[in-house]
Design a protein around this ligand. Structure first.
Ligand SMILES: [Zn+2]
Length: 288
């Protein structure tokens, strides 16, 4: 079940221009109601499953990956496996962080297979059962993601640290604060913020970054939305434009055709081909 985003998602009438707060001079979004007029295309025919980047895939307890889901094209980097685009973005982010005088950021964990998740979960169940708890499985699910519910299985999540430990106090360190302020510029979001635990159902994890790519990370940051809320937002507004520096994006929910300039196709939910998002990028020199 999707979390109710009514409480915290911004109220946005289609066609309304709204500013994104402090970054208004650089970024703003226009939601457009005229999808059917501008895009009166024939029925969508292409199978998008082989073009799904997974960048916006929602994985949680209610949207689990199957045991046989293994992301394609993972690359090895510093002893972990991850998505190649995320690896490039991480390296850029790490360099920018160092340029700001903060050193030592490293990835502690990235891709985690279904089998690995299962073994971690079963270990927790066993531990609780041995302590005499009769509902050990339910109790285990409070602190450990059940198999298939971890977005680490996508290869698009990383746990980072500067001292090899994953502690909540990381959020208060210079590295943690820098990531909170700047990681969106590289396509990352701090996936489980302290203020949204009721929606994510995950405790505050300042070390867990999810790659959603650009411009989505910046939009989520500016709107103050976690992934669950952002996907609800896209479903509601259907289509919007986002202006960045030197380029702009068209983001569409379930368009009838895939524009040839598409930079990203992503399913809203795992294995749900009827719900997808197309992201198209243009420079200011180009026309649609
Ligand atoms: Zn993590």
């Amino acid at each position: 079940m999707l979390p109710d985003s009514e409480k915290s998602a911004p109220s946005l009438a289609s066609g309304e221009i709204f500013d994104l707060g402090r970054d208004m001079t650089k970024y703003f979004t226009i939601a457009i109601i005229l999808t059917s007029i501008f895009f009166p295309q024939p029925a969508f025919a292409e199978d998008i499953s082989n073009r799904d980047s997974g960048f916006l895939r929602l994985v949680n307890k209610d949207n689990r990956l199957s045991a046989d889901y293994i992301p394609a094209n993972l690359v090895e980097f510093g002893g972990v496996n991850l998505h190649p685009e995320m690896q490039k973005a991480f390296t850029q982010m790490q360099n920018a962080m160092q340029a700001d005088g903060i050193y030592g950021l490293s990835i502690q964990s990235a891709y985690r297979s279904y089998a690995h998740q299962k073994s971690i979960f079963n270990q927790k169940v066993l531990e609780l059962a041995m302590q005499g708890h009769h509902d050990a499985e339910n109790m285990a699910a409070q602190s450990v993601q059940p198999p298939g519910a971890s977005e680490h299985q996508l290869g698009l999540a990383i746990d980072v640290s500067t001292d090899g430990k994953l502690c909540r106090s990381f959020g208060e360190t210079p590295a943690g604060k820098w990531l909170e302020s700047h990681s969106h510029q590289y396509g990352f979001i701090v996936r489980y913020p302290a203020s949204k635990t009721d929606i994510t159902q995950i405790v505050y994890e300042p070390w867990h970054l999810r790659y959603v790519g650009t411009p989505h990370a910046t939009i989520m940051k500016n709107l103050g939305l976690v992934l669950e809320e952002y996907l609800d937002y896209i479903q509601k507004v259907k289509i919007y434009m986002f202006w960045g520096e030197g380029e702009y994006y068209l983001v569409q929910h379930n368009p009838q055709t895939i524009p040839c300039e598409t930079v990203d196709v992503s399913s809203l939910y795992p294995f749900c081909k009827d719900e997808y998002i197309i992201t198209t990028r243009k420079t200011y020199q180009e026309s649609w």
